[in-house]
Design a binder for this molecule. Structure first.
Ligand SMILES: CC(C)(COP(=O)(O)OP(=O)(O)OC[C@H]1O[C@@H](n2cnc3c(N)ncnc32)[C@H](O)[C@@H]1OP(=O)(O)O)[C@@H](O)C(=O)NCCC(=O)NCCS
Length: 170
């Protein structure tokens, strides 16, 4: 799998991504937008553990966003089960130094198309926290439809937050 886009390439993770990913992921601003399972501080050991897991998963669902030859973020889906087996949840993050250049909008659009083409999915959704308008905007620009505000859905950094559900369907 390799999606070569204008500003980045989406490709499988490699064990030698650890150093770059630990450097970029060790950012409180990134952590604040993600689940607590995403470590903070983010150590090189965290990167090694993540990469082992991502590389061995079958089918692979987590991928690297590469910019200028180095890992600069992650993008992936979590496949649903049972009655949700045609549904997947979307997740992504990008190194702060690359924010605001349209990179994730392009990545989200292309990766969503890839997922619909390569998995048996009818629905891909994301739930950015309500204090993350940049992510909501990325989803809107990538063709996701706003489905509603989930009140008090998340506790992050001690704060009770709403989340905003967006989906693309096929
Ligand atoms: C959210 C994130 C993925 C955005 O990536 P990016 O490459 O900077 O996004 P883009 O440049 O493609 O688009 C960002 C859009 O948000 C807008 N935006 C940025 N900050 C904003 C704010 N505070 N309020 C409203 N819109 C905002 C930008 O103006 C842009 O929209 P525009 O093109 O209409 O002007 C990136 O900031 C990130 O990784 N954040 C931390 C992790 C995260 O939030 N992951 C998603 C969890 S659901």
């Amino acid at each position: 799998m390799q999606l070569v886009l204008k500003e980045c390439t989406i490709r499988p993770w490699r064990l030698d991504d650890a150093e770059s990913i630990a450097r970029h992921a060790n950012n409180r601003k990134v952590w604040l937008a993600l689940r607590d399972a995403f470590p903070h501080p983010y150590t090189i050991q965290d990167a090694h553990e993540f990469l082992q897991q991502a590389i061995s998963a079958q089918p692979p669902t987590l991928f690297c966003i590469e910019i200028n030859g180095a890992a600069a973020g992650g993008i992936g889906i979590r496949l649903g089960q049972d009655v949700h087996r045609h549904t997947a949840e979307f997740g992504y993050w990008l190194a702060e130094e690359f924010w605001g250049r349209g990179i994730m909008t392009e990545a989200v659009g292309a990766f969503t198309d890839f997922c619909f083409d390569n998995f048996s999915l009818r629905r891909i959704y994301a739930e950015p926290f309500a204090n993350n308008p940049a992510s909501a905007r990325v989803l809107e620009k990538a063709g996701f439809i706003f489905e509603g505000r989930l009140k008090n859905n998340v506790v992050k950094d001690g704060n009770l937050l709403d989340s905003m559900r967006y989906a693309r369907t096929k």
